[in-house]
Structure formats: C-alpha cells, structure tokens
Design a protein around this ligand. Structure first.
Ligand code: MG
Ligand code: ZN
Length: 218
C-alpha cells in the first residue's frame, strides 16, 4: 500500500498563500514577525499566530476571494488526484495553511476528511488560529501544524510513504518518507542532508514517476 502526503502552499498552489495574504492585508508589523520566523528567533507557530492576530476578522470574505482569485493550482494536480483514486493510493494533504482558504481551493478535488490544516476562529475582533494538529511527544519544534506528527499518526504499518513538498516546513516529514518529491528550497535541504529526492515542476512529473514505480512493483 502507498500513502502520499502532499503539502499545499507552494506545492499544490504555485506560491505561498500566507505570504500573499500578509502582503495584501497585513500591517507593516507582519513583516517584522516574518523576519523573526525566518531568522528562527520565534517558532512558526508563534509567528503565524501573531501575524493573523493583526488581521481583523471582518476581512474574512475579502481574504477568501483574494486567495481564490490569485492562488493558482499547479498544472496536473486534478489529473494526479484522479490517478491516485484509480490506483487506490491513499492521498492526504498536510498543510500549514488555514482552513478558510485551503478548503475552498481544494473543494471538488480532494475530500475534506483527507485534508489536514489549521483551524481559524473569526468570533473575536481579530483572526485567531487554532492549532488542532500540534507536535506529538517526538517533536519539539513548535511547528504549528506538525507534519511529522501527522505522518506518525496517519501512517499505516508497512505502507510506502511518499512526501511531496517545497520548503523547510516539509523537511522533518521528508525524513520519515520512503520517497520524496521536492521542489524549490526543499531540494536545497535534501541536497545538504543527503536525503534522496526526485525533483518535480508539475504534478504530471510526479504522476509519471509514480506510474513507473507501480509498474516495477507489479
Ligand atoms: Mg509549502
Ligand atoms: Zn512538530
């Protein structure tokens, strides 16, 4: 059995939606927080919480519309999801993004019970992030949504685990996978750490490689 764990921002979509949202709607302070996260002075969890806490809840519809208009799905993704269904491969989206933009973009493509992301609460004056998939006892990185913890939780014994991702937030998950499809910064990190990977640009690339793998397995 094969289980596929796929990142959302920068992997299924062409660019990072949180960064785009903050550029469009965030006050200048969000930039300072972003730099603190990148410099690893504060955790991703703390940084992202603080950035969303600067956005008024009343912006919800505007942000959803903005992401729907500007977020571009990487070519080959709908066909790839269809392929995983035909081949009975378990496909999961594990995203550090927020439910209010991840779900609208994936509805009609991936069933919601196979999409793992953060929850958000708009009942207060500003957006509050609920970290509903936190780090388990094996991870002390304050990830926010913890990808390695989710793989440990969802992973079935004996299954071949495949990770598809693009950035530093996918690195710990890549270490747990049997096969990694990487692009962008994740390639740099895999090279540095000697983690074997297959580069990809579209999901047609991933599909082609997986088809070959299934041929060999047969
Ligand atoms: Mg990403
Ligand atoms: Zn973690």
């Amino acid at each position: 059995m094969i289980q596929i764990f796929c990142d959302f921002d920068g992997t299924i979509t062409k660019s990072d939606n949180i960064i785009a949202i903050m550029k469009q709607f965030g006050p200048p302070e969000t930039n300072v927080i972003k730099d603190q996260v990148l410099a690893q002075e504060i955790s991703i969890r703390e940084g992202v919480s603080r950035m969303f806490a600067l956005l008024p809840s009343s912006l919800k519809e505007d942000i959803v519309n903005f992401v729907k208009e500007t977020g571009i799905i990487r070519p080959g993704f709908p066909e790839f999801v269809q392929f995983t269904k035909e081949q009975c491969l378990d496909f999961y989206v594990i995203s550090g993004g927020m439910d209010f933009f991840v779900h609208p973009m994936l509805d009609g493509l991936v069933e919601r019970d196979h999409v793992y992301c953060n929850a958000t609460d708009f009942s207060g004056t500003h957006i509050h992030v609920d970290w509903i998939h936190p780090c388990d006892g094996h991870c002390g990185n304050a990830c926010g949504l913890c990808k390695p913890s989710l793989i440990r939780k969802l992973g079935k014994p004996g299954a071949m685990k495949i990770l598809i991702g693009d950035s530093i937030t996918d690195l710990q998950a890549a270490k747990l996978a049997d096969k990694v499809f990487a692009r962008d910064f994740l390639i740099t990190k895999c090279e540095e750490l000697g983690i074997p990977y297959t580069p990809f640009e579209t999901f047609a690339d991933v599909q082609q490689e997986l088809a070959k793998l299934l041929e060999v397995a047969r």
